[in-house]
Ligand binder design. Structure first.
Ligand code: MN
Length: 493
């Protein structure tokens, strides 16, 4: 999916009460605003002014058209004047796209000398947006509310972030995930209701046998492998003499890409326990696919695979990285506690602080040959970790604020990509909160996608969202989780 091909419809509410002159002015200004946003270059997607709507029929028609238009990723509404909200009910009832209510005003300041009742009639967003907001609340619409002057940086930033969430929504609705093999035996958190996830998030999660992957690998030509090796050399530093092992990863990557492309899939999972007929666990192969936006989850973790793909789609063009991650071990020096994350192999190089090295080392577990992998350190910066878990009857998205730091040790004998971070509110309280919420050991770590984007995404998908921040207190979180349980049970009846 191309984020830059998506557009957002700007729909301005009004009514016939004010006469044609006022409506003409509103229309001209709304078009001017959309034009200004598009020319400002501060939004990731185009805004298209879709008209000043004045009747139930106009609004219903616009919402139906938005639903049917694949390019439309969401609608932005605003009421320059007053727009009686009963006429929005039918349209909002039909709307299937993400919705943002932008409470703004054409003029920044109140013109002291010029203000009269004509001005008040034309410029009454403070009035109109309240009527408009009521119906959103009354209908319990999942919506984003942004308030502020339409040219101001915080408004543009909030709107940009929401657009990315809406692109994540569209991406999720079309997402296909391939499972090579099943989940790791006996593990609970990587399980989940695939039918419920298909209904709620739109994901099609399908199994393909490892034998089919092996068959596809056998059909890969030497020329294809040569081309992939040239790509590896251009992206990474070859830090091994064992070229045959690296070529085997190239063969795996080419085959996996062929199957994903054929099936229209953007994410996959595999499992080191199910590599029947394969010589190596895909490491470099998986890492290089993730570098190009592919989602991945280890040990059959298709939920994390899906989230990695979605968050990568949302992050397009942003600085920072978005990677499949696993909490591994802590450094518990009092007051300086940090977490060290890595995986057996498969951390995406989008977060690498330096040019990754291709190395070959044995794996401590599994029964295959030593695989080639990328080794690097994560680049520091503020970020989040996010995990999607199945609570039985509903999905929960759990987000935690973190700060990626430069690793405090060199760890020369750890031959995998590694990322070290501090967690909010502090590591130990954060661990308590994470475990209390049922957060998985697998996450998507991102220094590109923000918590706000994920909260907005969860609201669009209509799933539960829990956010661990610098202000989170375990005793309050425990109550929140308890109330959520009751609320979601009622919601799902
Ligand atoms: Mn794992």
């Amino acid at each position: 999916m191309d984020m830059y091909a998506k557009e957002f419809w700007f729909v301005v509410g009004s009514q016939f009460l004010y006469g044609p002159e006022v409506l003409d002015t509103v229309a001209a200004r709304a078009a001017e605003m959309a034009d200004w946003w598009n020319k400002s270059g501060s939004l990731p997607c185009k805004v298209v002014y879709k008209g000043t709507v004045k009747t139930d029929a106009e609004i219903t028609k616009t919402m139906k058209a938005a639903n049917a238009d694949d390019a439309c990723a969401g609608i932005i509404t605003w009421c320059h004047t007053f727009s009686p909200s009963k006429m929005w009910i039918h349209g909002f009832d039909l709307l299937q796209k993400p919705y943002c209510h932008l409470a703004t005003q054409y003029n920044r300041n109140i013109p002291n000398l010029e203000i009269d009742m004509d001005f008040m009639n034309l410029n009454q967003a403070a009035h109109g947006d309240r009527e408009h907001g009521f119906i959103g609340a009354r209908m319990r619409l999942p919506r984003k509310i942004i308030a502020g002057y339409w040219q101001d940086k915080p408004v543009l930033e909030e709107l940009s972030a929401w657009m990315r969430s809406a692109v994540g929504y569209a991406f999720s609705r079309e997402l296909k995930i391939i499972r090579f093999g099943d989940n790791m035996r006996e593990v609970a958190v990587t399980e989940g209701d695939k039918v419920e996830t298909h209904i709620k998030l739109g994901w099609q999660v399908d199994y393909w046998p490892v034998g089919h992957l092996v068959e596809t690998m056998d059909a890969v030509t030497d020329a294809e492998v040569d081309a992939k090796m040239a790509e590896y050399e251009s992206r990474y530093t070859m830090d091994t003499d064992d070229i045959a092992t690296v070529r085997y990863q190239a063969r795996e990557e080419i085959a996996m890409r062929k199957i994903l492309e054929r099936e229209g899939a953007s994410a996959f999972s595999n499992n080191f326990q199910d590599l029947y007929g394969m010589e190596q666990l895909p490491g470099l192969a998986t890492q290089n696919m993730m570098a190009d936006g592919c989602g991945y989850g280890g040990e059959g973790d298709w939920k994390t695979a899906g989230m990695t793909a979605i968050m990568k789609a949302m992050a397009k063009g942003l600085p920072g990285g978005t990677v499949f991650m696993e909490d591994y071990t802590y450094d518990l020096e009092p007051g300086k506690e940090v977490s060290l994350g890595a995986h057996m192999l498969e951390v995406c190089p989008s977060i690498a602080a330096q040019r990754p090295k291709i190395q070959v080392h044995p794996l401590g577990i599994g029964d295959r040959q030593p695989p080639a992998r990328l080794v690097f350190e994560g680049k520091e910066g503020p970020g989040i970790v996010a995990t999607l878990i199945d609570m039985g009857g509903r999905l929960r998205l759990l987000i935690q604020d973190i700060e990626v730091i430069k690793p405090i040790y060199e760890m020369p004998n750890l031959p995998v990509a590694r990322v070290m971070w501090k967690a909010a509110p502090d590591l130990l309280t954060g661990v308590k909160c994470w475990i209390m919420s049922g957060g998985a050991h697998h996450t998507v770590l991102s220094t590109a996608v923000t918590a706000e984007m994920m909260i907005d995404w969860a609201r669009m998908m209509e799933i539960e969202c829990v956010h661990i921040t610098k202000d989170t207190r375990p005793e309050e979180l425990e109550k929140e989780l308890f109330y959520n349980d009751i609320a979601w049970k009622l919601k799902n009846i």
